[in-house]
Design a binder for this molecule. Sequence first.
Ligand SMILES: [Cu+2]
Length: 170
Amino acid sequence: MTKRISTMLAAVALTPLAMLVLPTASASAHGYISNPPSRQAQCAQGIVQCGQITWEPQSVEGPKGLRSCSGGNARFAELDDDNKGWVATPVSRSVSFTWTFTAPHRTSNFEYYIGDRKVADFDGGGQQPPNGLTHTIDLSEYSGKQKLLAVWNIYDTANAFYACIDLDIR
Ligand SMILES: [Cu+2]
């Protein structure tokens, strides 16, 4: 067999593998709020000791409409535990939230909740968000320790990504 033919055969042999790998890679391309550090960010940074979420803080994906920190994922259930020692970040009453995307999905909108109340909603226009996207929210009606839930609703799937951020509003 010539070298050229064997190279061609190797390329043919690799193609089905690449086709299997690529959709998986794009499906795992998600995001989370990195600053102030969300619960999954605190896991990833080793601020709090956690399980599987430590290695994939961008993967808290679940059906739209949930109001939980884990997005309904049993393997990330510890994110719902308010007594796990999350560090509440001291902030002033105007707070900027920065997203890290491992690759951006087209976006319906971003919602922010404290308790049952929606405190902010940003339209995504069906577009891919820029990495480092930052939303600034007025939280002057709140003070002290608060748990804020951020929801990233995806435009072209039934899913959303969830992140809880523990704040100490001063
Ligand atoms: Cu994704």
